[in-house]
Design a protein. Structure first.
Length: 238
């Protein structure tokens, strides 16, 4: 692996992570930290969940089930289901690293540190194309995002007393809105169709099927978006 190429990719990843993602992550994870404090769990567990679960839906599910007195197995299954979306994202991302991801262990590491934000940024047309540079880009971007997430969790946890609960809940939606804008910025027909379909289906689905509305919306929106997707003419080099 060419060191200069790797470092160039890492520099770009770090610069991108220190832009808008910095604000979004600090906002969203501050809200999570405040909710974790109000839920009665310790800062250590809240921070550990940030690093290991590394997905707000799964972390929120953990808090809710912990408050409900669920056992560890039920919490683990719920968190795993909430983070199931990362499986197809990993399948799409890892091949773009070519043989430079570092074998099975390296691919597992890349999958673990991947977030919705890092995936969205590295899949943009403006991200590095060369496989070596992509590895550096993703590691640097994800490392900074994880650091910011831990800082936001800690800040929210200690600042919970001065952070109104409605504001804490509102902060959780900042990241989702940001990711929505990123998908729109891809300017790919499939992504736009999936978003529009999801909005159209999501409102009535969650109204009439509150227990399954999110799953129904995801399946229908994702399927329609997939069918409308236009294959790229070129891909990242190996």
């Amino acid at each position: 692996m060419t060191q200069a190429t790797l470092l160039h990719g890492a520099k770009r990843g770090a610069l991108d992570a220190l832009g808008i993602p910095l604000i979004v992550l600090l906002g969203g994870m501050t809200g999570y930290g405040a909710l974790a404090h109000d839920s009665g769990i310790g800062l250590g567990l809240a921070t550990l969940a940030t690093v290991l679960v590394w997905g707000l839906p799964g972390q929120i599910a953990m808090l809710e089930l912990e408050n409900a007195g669920a056992d560890l197995l039920a919490i683990t299954i719920a968190v795993g289901m909430a983070n199931m979306r990362f499986f197809p994202m990993s399948v799409a991302l890892l091949p773009t690293f070519g043989r430079h991801a570092g074998g099975i262990i390296g691919r597992m590491f890349q999958s673990q540190i991947m977030s919705a934000s890092s995936w969205a940024f590295i899949m943009r047309p403006t991200a590095p194309v060369e496989a070596r540079a992509r590895v550096g880009y993703h590691v640097a971007f994800a490392a900074i995002c994880l650091t910011l997430a831990v800082i936001g969790t800690t800040a929210g946890y200690y600042g919970a007393a001065s952070l109104p609960r409605p504001l804490a809940l509102a902060l959780l939606f900042v990241n989702a809105c940001f990711l929505l804008l990123l998908l729109v910025d891809i300017r790919q027909r499939g992504a736009l169709v999936a978003i529009v379909t999801g909005i159209a289906v999501g409102l009535p689905a969650n109204l009439y099927l509150p227990d399954f509305g999110l799953i129904v919306t995801g399946v229908i929106g994702g399927t329609v978006g997939f069918l409308a997707w236009t294959p790229a003419k070129t891909g990242p080099s190996a």
